[in-house]
Design a protein. Structure first.
Length: 254
């Protein structure tokens, strides 16, 4: 049976998927309009951000789920410190560099970016000020913040495959309903800077990214359940083999 460390090495391939997602977003924002298939494909490159949040839910759950089976203050502290140290220093360095090169906006806007809460603003001039792509870090921090609550609940159900599949189905249905609702009535045709646009609510609002995150968590839980079933079967086979060997030894001595 594979150890968790061995399994983790297999998911290094996810880095390649992250690169593809990042390139899709870059092309979405920078390709000049053409009639090519290439351009048509990458006009939906913003879906790369969704891939990031799904992967984030998967990787974080795979990494920390076992620690939250029996949560403790130390486990919670270590988790938050590790997540903060992994992202915030580079994020803050970019903010400083952009501020030096291009200047800084209103101080209240700067504070929103320092505390990574700019994405909650309905004003795109606030959300995209300084480091425009930084809004996604705000979403990521929010998901990191709620993860322990979700993880404790998921940990209790992590060996129930049926429950995990049901949750994944519910998440997909909810995401579909939300998308249909906010895309109706012409909202999907509104500019992304419009506070009533589908873009503002579906794409950039942290609340509506919980579904993406939960999908990733669910996949990790399914993997954990599979490992548990595999481990249980292996243990049962080993015990049966041990009993057979013991019985054989006893017969040989008689």
């Amino acid at each position: 049976m594979e150890t968790k460390k061995q399994i983790a090495k297999k998911y290094d391939a996810l880095t390649g998927l992250r690169w593809f997602a990042a390139l899709a977003v870059v092309f979405r924002h920078n390709l000049p309009p053409t009639n090519s298939v290439f351009y048509s494909f990458f006009t939906n490159g913003y879906s790369g951000v969704t891939i990031f949040f799904v992967l984030s839910g998967f990787v974080i759950t795979f990494r920390y789920l076992d620690q939250f089976r029996e949560p403790s203050g130390r486990a919670l502290w270590n988790y938050f410190v590790a997540r903060f140290a992994r992202i915030y220093p580079s994020y803050f360095a970019v903010l400083v560099a952009v501020g030096i090169v291009f200047g800084v906006p209103d101080f209240s806007v700067v504070l929103r970016h320092i505390f990574v809460i700019q994405t909650w603003s309905g004003n795109s001039d606030v959300a995209y000020a300084l480091n425009g792509p930084g809004w996604s870090i705000g979403v990521e921090f929010f998901l990191y913040l709620i993860f322990p609550l979700l993880a404790i609940w998921f940990a209790r159900k992590s060996r129930n495959v049926g429950w995990a599949l049901t949750l994944a189905f519910i998440a997909v249905v909810v995401l579909a309903i939300v998308t249909i609702y906010f895309s109706s009535g012409g909202r999907r045709f509104l500019s992304e800077i419009d506070t009533n646009s589908a873009w503002r609510w579906i794409y950039r609002n942290p609340i509506f990214r919980i579904g993406d995150f939960i999908l990733g968590m669910t996949v990790a839980v399914l993997l954990a359940a599979r490992r548990f079933v595999s481990s249980s079967r292996t243990l049962a086979i080993d015990r049966k083999s041990t009993r057979l060997n013991s019985s054989h030894v006893k017969r040989s001595r008689m």
